[in-house]
Design a protein around this ligand. Structure first.
Ligand code: ZN
Length: 321
């Protein structure tokens, strides 16, 4: 049903090359007086029936090597035009909290204690506290996909970090990462991703709800498949009555590169071609409707709009009181 994983060794090789930079970036950030791990970074706003709060779990020190598949000159010229790079493209890892009179819903849970992308993650719990809530109060965690920077924070001490939450995930996503045949066919570098996904599904056994494309997962919340980055990668439309926000998850890993070059490959894509197709289809809709977006890796707090720019797109940040 899904294309077999073709996460290339080349992509992972390039990602690995950036690892030493990850360490130096983290050290530099602290020396520069940036927030230390544990400090809350949140931004909240009203959508009507929901209050939405962006919570930054940490910063992923992505590098130029994570992006591939287009001529270097093309990538370099977009980076130069936007004053980014030449190498580091730090990306926040954002989770989104939705609070209403009777619901406390979290979309994704950050990296938590995992150090796969360097130290300094796990600020989600400080963010929840700053937003006036706690892991215990969360009744639902919606998972856009089962990658470490979205589900690492679901685990604490090998068990579930959210004692009272139902886990909602696309059936296509849960099926892929718990499929022994898919795991056996995947490259060595992906084995840890399967193990983590299985550990998460195991920790929440008995309270996982697997949903289909287009499912209404809570009042005003609709999950849609946008596959490619992972087979069941999902986006969530949040309709609070007054405003709508589309949480686009990992459709964007760098707002400038992924809008100017929507076909660019990203190192952790399971199927880069399908990811690009899904990205373009989604961007076309978002640009036509001028929909407000929230993004897992869009510059914190991650709210903005995707606009048409000739044949491609551009990202414009949005803030509101
Ligand atoms: Zn991600």
């Amino acid at each position: 049903m899904f294309p077999s994983p073709r996460l290339s060794r080349r992509a992972f090789g390039m990602a690995a090359l950036t690892a030493p930079l990850a360490v130096s970036f983290a050290g530099q950030a602290r020396a520069d007086g940036h927030a230390a791990p544990g400090d809350a970074a949140i931004y909240g706003a009203s959508l009507g029936s929901y209050r939405i709060t962006a919570i930054m779990d940490g910063v992923a020190p992505l590098g130029r090597g994570f992006f591939f598949g287009l001529p270097d000159e093309q990538i370099n010229s977009v980076m130069e035009a936007n004053g980014i790079g030449p190498d580091l493209l730090p990306a926040p890892v954002n989770a989104y909290l939705l609070q209403s009179g009777d619901r406390t819903i979290l979309i994704d849970a950050g990296m938590g204690g995992l150090e796969m992308l360097g130290p300094g993650f796990g600020r989600l719990s400080a963010g929840l506290a700053a937003a006036g809530t706690s892991a215990e109060a969360v009744d639902t965690v919606v998972v856009t996909h089962l990658h470490p920077d979205h589900v690492g924070g679901l685990l604490a001490g090998g068990g579930a970090a959210f004692a009272n939450a139902e886990l909602v995930v696309a059936e296509a996503e849960a099926t892929f990462w718990t499929d022994d045949a898919a795991m056996a066919a995947a490259p060595e570098a992906m084995q840890g991703l399967f193990q983590l996904a299985k550990a998460v599904m195991g920790a929440y056994a008995g309270r996982v709800t697997q949903v289909a494309d287009g499912a209404e997962i809570a009042p005003g919340l609709t999950l849609s498949l946008s596959p490619g980055h992972t087979p069941g990668h999902s986006v969530v439309m949040i309709d609070g009555g007054d405003r709508q926000v589309m949480m686009v998850a990992d459709t964007i890993h760098n707002a400038e590169l992924h809008t100017a070059l929507p076909n660019i490959g990203f190192g952790f894509d399971v199927d880069t071609g399908l990811a690009a197709q899904s990205r373009v289809a989604l961007f076309d809709r978002l640009a036509a409707d001028k929909t407000l977006i929230a993004g897992s890796h869009v510059h914190f707090p991650g709210f903005g709009r995707i606009l048409r720019d000739g044949e491609v797109y551009r990202y414009v940040p949005a803030t509101w009181a």
